[in-house]
Design a protein around this ligand. Structure first.
Ligand SMILES: [Zn+2]
Ligand SMILES: [Zn+2]
Length: 309
């Protein structure tokens, strides 16, 4: 006879149907939605390279919870019946010795045989993602990660989503009543946002493939000219409006470092602005709209190119 007692314990999901997971290797926490994604029994850590059976991703809180449930079940199935049997034996003995010279008295003071259930709540995370490759719904700390099911990097997905947000912001700004200076600031903010998102994408890609992208210049993804060189001129070759992109990256530089006033550097790099030297660059809604579309297209070119690096 086997001494093994098997007790199935189901681990509860949170309010959104998500299950908490913790990586054995880096100890970082994430969540995923069972029933979405691939039907596989292994899992990749979204943050590091660890990959293992899904059973190796339980969080310490889930293990404590499962142990407390299992202990109670074991008490109910194994210990309680033995005690009940013992109690009955004593009671029988008491009954049998009732009128005897030596009487057996039995007083039951049974303790409550149970252990407290270790309840827990899953953590709130920062970014919830649906993988566009396998459909897994998962959430992570930070912004960039790999899909725990199909291992696809979500950096591009996040990039397109962020570009989409700036498109919505532009729509909001275009419908709002605002003075010229506020409008100018709002548009330069959107220009900067798009380039920051692209820069964030670049930092993530460089971290994932440090040998493919050079360490210098430091902000490679803010320097479109250099990035184009690094990617074997793929951007100037494939993008439908490369000169416009180059101009807008320089315009952003003006707003970041020279309050939007056209300087020598700008005039030298972008043709046709000599007569505008010393004047403030005036951004328009149409220009930002076109820029957002161009950044979307730029993302796709980098994505194609990155997969070959
Ligand atoms: Zn990990
Ligand atoms: Zn996936």
């Amino acid at each position: 006879m086997s001494n093994e007692l098997r007790i199935p314990v189901s681990i509860p999901l949170d309010d959104e149907g998500m299950l908490g997971r913790e990586c054995l290797e880096c100890k970082r926490y994430f969540k995923l939605k069972p029933g979405t994604g691939l039907s596989i029994d292994h899992c990749h850590c979204p943050y590091c390279d660890y990959e293992g059976n899904s059973d190796s991703f339980w969080t310490p809180a889930q293990i404590e919870y499962a142990q407390s449930i299992a202990m109670n079940q074991a008490i109910n199935q194994l210990i309680k019946p033995s005690i009940d049997k013992l109690t009955k034996t004593f009671k029988d003995l008491e009954r049998e010795t009732r009128n005897r010279f030596i009487q057996f008295k039995f007083k039951e003071s049974r303790n409550n045989f149970s252990v407290p259930i270790k309840y827990y709540t899953e953590e709130e995370l920062e970014t919830k993602i649906t993988c566009n490759n396998c459909g897994l719904v998962f959430s992570i700390y930070g912004v960039f990660a790999r899909c725990p099911d199909c291992n696809q990097l979500n950096a591009f997905l996040i990039y397109y989503k962020s570009i989409e947000v700036t498109r919505k912001q532009l729509k909001m700004f275009s419908e709002a009543e605002m003075s010229d200076d506020i409008q100018g600031k709002s548009l330069s903010f959107l220009l900067s946002s798009c380039i920051s998102v692209f820069d964030g994408l670049g930092k993530e890609l460089r971290m994932r493939k440090p040998t493919a992208l050079p360490e210098r210049p430091k902000n490679l993804f803010q320097n479109l000219f250099k990035l184009n060189e690094t990617l074997n001129n793929a951007i100037s070759w494939k993008h439908s409006n490369y000169p416009f992109l180059l101009k807008m990256f320089q315009v952003r530089h003006l707003f970041e470092h020279n309050m939007g006033v056209i300087d020598d550097n700008f005039v030298n790099k972008i043709p046709g602005f000599d007569s505008m030297f010393g004047r403030k660059y005036s951004l328009s809604f149409n220009e930002i709209e076109l820029f957002i579309d161009s950044m979307d297209e730029l993302g796709k070119i980098v994505q194609d190119q990155f997969s070959t690096l």
